[in-house]
Write a protein of this length. Structure first.
Length: 440
């Protein structure tokens, strides 16, 4: 099938590469010429395990190409995937300007039937706006061409995006007409050879399903963060509690890890956008309001712990920080808790040496050339002369560190672990102080 992908970011590039991998002929469009230049020169503009090889393989096979030409992109695919950003507006609602611009481009240039597939995360009712934008452009041109608008939200996780796309738990398709539905079914058929994964519904339900999934996952995390804080006060250990409740299949083990709060480009903005949609429609989502408040507070948990250990005075202290990305296996720093922690330390007069295997470049871009933050080339190099080690992202390479080496390098043998990576007894066995989230 001939497919165009509009927006070559985390979702667009993964979608394009994976659909090409299944034998489709894919053209990816982006308005950012830098990204397209990198891709056309054989590189990829983001870090995502397995993606670069897949992109190269499909480009070489002639199934995947990149362009900045809107005309070429609209002419290419019968299926036009919109995978542009939907960042939060000032009031928390999803900013749909890029989605609408993409739709207008399609309307401006299409010459035959197109299925416009919304893959971006968009509020309920957006498909109607997309349909309307295209209708206006066609009317402007004085032409009548058939088109369909469908919703096909994406559920991939960064760091595991290729795998998630190739082996999806489900493929949600929201469609209101049979012609589009049949093309979408054919497209995703190869992804469900082993069992049925396609879930078909109306467009509005599909749009809401995406927000509901993220909101539910964010709720689990905030719930566990609150319980972890309670466990600490009560002398219980949240790790035991996590295992104790996760063993109930109705609860399950996934997404029960407490920490320094959820970040990334999705949960924070999607929780906000859903609340906004609800309040615009006269509904107050009380649970989600609390989920967001708990998460905002949790990002300061590490600073509170440091205040406790250093008698409320961090002036002149220096800290080693492991992990900058909002989660492991990505270079994405959008809404990363590390940013709140680093800014909080600087405000309190402390300095930081940070280490991250992939995200340093992105962190530098976002934080700027700020005084008081340095970057180390290895985890151990970050430790020299630090008053404590702070763990913010659970990269695998931090799992079995050289504890005696850590003890020797730190001024005070203290690890504050925002991701509960270690067994407290093991760490204390090396005569290190250990303070994790909700642990004894
Ligand atoms: N990142 C994720 O893990 C993830 C997962 C599922 C869903 N989503 C959703 O998918 C959407 C895209 O997210 P992302 O993380 O890939 O964003 P991104 O910022 O990485 O990429 C978006 C790309 O779209 C391009 N763009 C903007 N306007 C354009 C236009 N008119 N024509 C062509 N290109 C244009 C931008 O230059 C950018 O490269 C969002 O709605 C997001 O909420 C993201
Ligand atoms: O038990 C957990 C699990 C996750 N997190 C944090 O939650 C955030 C989000 O993690 P994750 O969901 O793994 O990453 P994303 O790439 O943001 O993926 C989410 O957001 C995407 C964009 O909408 C969806 O497609 C995915 O299904 C959804 O998991 C990160 O800061 C994690 O550290 C926790 O604190 N505890």
């Amino acid at each position: 099938m001939k497919i165009s992908i509009i927006g070559t970011g985390y979702v667009g590039l993964v979608t394009g590469a994976c659909l090409a991998e299944m034998g489709n002929n894919v053209l990816c469009l982006d308005v950012d010429p830098r990204k397209i230049e990198i891709l056309n020169n054989g590189g990829i503009p983001i870090y995502e395990p397995g993606l670069e090889v897949m992109v190269k393989r499909n480009v070489a096979a002639g199934r995947l190409a990149f362009t900045t030409s809107v005309e070429a992109s609209v002419a290419h695919g019968t299926l036009q995937f919109i995978a542009v950003g939907t960042p939060p507006d000032e009031d928390g609602s999803a900013d749909l300007q890029y989605v609408v611009a993409a739709a207008r481009n399609i309307g401006r240039h299409m010459a035959e039937y197109k299925v416009v597939v919304d893959k971006s995360t968009v509020p309920v009712g957006t498909a109607d706006r997309v349909r309307e934008a295209i209708r206006e452009e066609l009317a402007q041109r004085g032409v009548q061409i058939d088109y369909s608008v469908v919703s096909n939200p994406e559920f991939l996780k960064e760091g595991a995006a290729v795998d998630d796309f190739m082996r999806p738990d489900r493929v949600v398709i929201g469609a209101d007409d049979e012609r589009a539905l049949s093309l979408m079914r054919n497209l995703y058929q190869p992804f469900q050879r082993n069992h049925e994964r396609i879930i078909i519904m109306d467009v509005r339900s599909a749009e809401l399903t995406k927000y509901a999934a993220n909101a539910m996952l964010a709720t689990r995390i905030s719930f566990m963060n609150e319980l972890a804080n309670l466990a600490e006060v009560m002398g219980a250990d949240i790790e035991h509690v996590r295992k104790g409740i996760g063993s109930d299949p109705r609860i399950g083990y996934h997404f029960l890890y407490p920490g320094v709060g959820y970040g990334g480009s999705c949960f924070p903005k999607d929780v906000q956008a859903l609340q906004r949609t609800a309040s615009e429609n006269g509904i107050n989502l009380h649970v989600l309001n609390a989920v967001e408040r708990v998460n905002d507070a949790q990002k300061f948990r590490m600073l509170q712990k440091l205040d406790k250990h250093f008698d409320g005075d961090l002036q002149g202290r220096h800290f080693a920080l492991w992990g900058l990305a909002f989660k492991p296996n990505t270079d994405d720093m959008r809404d990363a808790p590390s940013l709140v922690i680093i800014r909080g330390l600087l405000e309190r007069g402390a300095t930081v040496t940070a280490y991250d295997p992939i995200a340093v470049h992105e962190a530098q871009r976002i934080l700027g050339n700020v005084e008081g933050v340095r970057y180390a080339s290895s985890p151990m190099n970050a430790l020299e002369g630090a008053d404590a080690l702070l763990i913010v992202t659970e990269w695998k390479e931090f799992r079995s560190p050289d504890f005696p080496g850590i003890k020797a390098a730190l001024k005070r043998p203290l690890i504050v672990d925002g991701r509960n990576m270690y067994d407290p007894a093991l760490v204390r066995g090396f005569e290190l102080e250990y303070d994790a989230i909700g642990r004894k």
